[in-house]
Write a protein that binds this ligand. Structure first.
Ligand SMILES: Cc1cc2nc3c(=O)[nH]c(=O)nc-3n(C[C@H](O)[C@H](O)[C@H](O)COP(=O)(O)OP(=O)(O)OC[C@H]3O[C@@H](n4cnc5c(N)ncnc54)[C@H](O)[C@@H]3O)c2cc1C
Length: 428
């Protein structure tokens, strides 16, 4: 059955969304503003529920969506911290800064999920056209002639069907909608494990986020709202058996050994140390007949790059832009879904390809050595790297021939300067 054949059906809503996390809530707001009637279903009953396993540093690519959603003033008021960061490498620190007299560097926010998730969910609930149904897990799909035409949900009163022109899976990496629609994910092994915890009184050098590239181990620390700093360590899985023998001791020792280590012994830990020892990257076809996936349900990146929240918000926007009118019955929904799927692939598949390769916990490859070393030595290369890390440019622009040539020139100049310094020292 095509979408036009299903046009005569009696729908309860235009769109039903499974999952009121970041992607689902953002999509509900953006669709409803376009006149779409939305049921936003969330399996958890608590309106304040949030995703605990996250270090919630949102990249600058998320800013335009946060702005469109009208969340920026509330985030600023809640004390969200601009997501500026510096990165440790074996060549020194990469410290992206605005060019003298130039515009400030693009940013988004570090903000705890306990702040962000309830905020965006409540905004969705207040949006005319959105019915937020908490405590409504999706437990199956309504399918007719190979097309999804609704969901089955469990409620306190028993099971019910909700029929809609489009079902959106915004229900995370283990998406129930994907499982019921039979859309498998392609998995890429992640050879690192990760543990994280939140601290108070943990000042960071320069007051900004820090990421340590230790080849292959990683660590990062971000200041957040409420004076809370989140610290994460992501070592090679080879270290897992020893690490687990004394989780707390290993976590603290790992942090103490970091270059310019944050003063963890004088800080107050305000959360448990939580983590994940198996977190493969996922990619899924972003659409199926009558179905679209957004956020982690469509693509789950490597947590170490801090990109998933931004991509959840951005993919919600791409979907709303593509299906905004056809979801109401005006226009060809299948064609709109194809537009969304193409955009999703165009924007994210290159990033995911590089991310999957880096998740092998290998040392830097020659191109990474070139770019990271030059960025540690040169401010304009550092700014270029900031645009890539912020996901404002893709891999092709990041590694364009001009950028590679500039990085090579920086390194040649550096080598020349080091050689002549060595000669001067010998002559003395
Ligand atoms: C260790 C770690 C650190 C991370 N750090 C960062 C970071 O610093 N920055 C960043 O940008 N990203 C980070 N991420 C990624 C980020 O957490 C995710 O990409 C992001 O939460 C995806 O949002 P989402 O809305 O797609 O899914 P989720 O946030 O997972 O929301 C899914 C929602 O669907 C609901 N749901 C699930 N099943 C059903 C069902 N059957 N019926 C109804 N509802 C359902 C869930 O309850 C939930 O509310 C990190 C991830 C990990 C694991």
């Amino acid at each position: 059955m095509t979408e036009s054949e299903s046009a005569g059906y009696d729908y309860d809503y235009d769109v039903v969304i499974s999952g009121a996390g970041l992607a689902g809530s953002a999509a509900a707001i953006l669709l409803a503003r376009r006149g779409v009637r939305v049921a936003l279903l969330e399996r958890r009953s608590d309106p304040e529920a949030y995703k605990a396993l996250c270090t919630h540093s949102l990249q600058a690519s998320a800013y335009p969506v946060l702005d469109e959603l009208g969340l920026v003033p509330a985030l600023e008021k809640a004390g969200a911290v601009r997501s500026e960061a510096r990165w440790y490498t074996r060549w020194g620190w990469i410290e992206p800064r605005a060019a003298p007299g130039g515009p400030e560097l693009p940013y988004a926010y570090n903000v705890r999920r306990s702040t962000l998730d309830p905020l965006i969910r409540s905004r969705a609930a207040q949006t005319p056209g959105v019915d937020l149904l908490l405590g409504h897990p999706v437990i199956g799909l309504v399918r007719e002639a190979g097309r999804t035409t609704g969901v089955r949900v469990s409620t306190a009163q028993g099971e019910r069907e909700i029929r809609a022109r489009l079902v959106v899976g915004a229900d995370g990496k283990d998406s129930a909608v994907a499982k019921f629609a039979g859309v498998p994910a392609r998995l890429y092994e992640n050879a690192r494990f990760g543990y994280l915890a939140q601290f108070r009184n943990l000042p960071l050098s320069g007051g900004v986020g820090q990421t340590w590239f230790l080849e292959p181990d990683m660590a990062y620390a971000f200041p957040n709202d409420g004076g809370v700093t989140v610290l994460a360590v992501l070592p090679d899985k080879k270290r897992l058996p020893a690490f687990r023998e004394d989780l707390e001791g290993s976590f603290l020792d790992f942090v103490r050994a970091l270059p310019e280590a944050p003063p963890i012994d004088s800080a107050e830990r305000v959360s448990k140390i939580t983590g994940t020892v198996n977190y493969p990257l996922h990619s899924r076809r972003p659409t199926a007949p009558g179905v679209a996936f957004i956020g982690d349900a469509a693509l789950t990146g490597d947590p170490l790059w801090g990109v998933g929240c931004g991509w959840a918000l951005q993919s919600a926007r791409w979907l709303a832009e593509a299906v905004g009118s056809s979801a109401t019955g005006q226009g060809d929904l299948d064609r709109s879904l194809a537009v969304y799927a193409r955009r999703h692939r165009r924007e994210l598949s290159g990033h995911q390809y590089l991310g999957a390769d880096f998740a092998k916990a290998r040392p830097f490859n020659p191109v990474e050595r070139l770019m990271f070393s030059a960025a540690a030595r040169d401010e304009s290369v550092a700014r270029h790297m900031h645009l890539f890390a912020s996901r404002l440019i893709g891999p092709l622009r990041f590694l364009n021939p001009v950028a590679l040539a500039r990085a090579s020139a920086v390194n040649l100049r550096h080598r020349g300067a080091a050689l002549s310094k060595g000669q001067r020292n010998q002559a003395v």
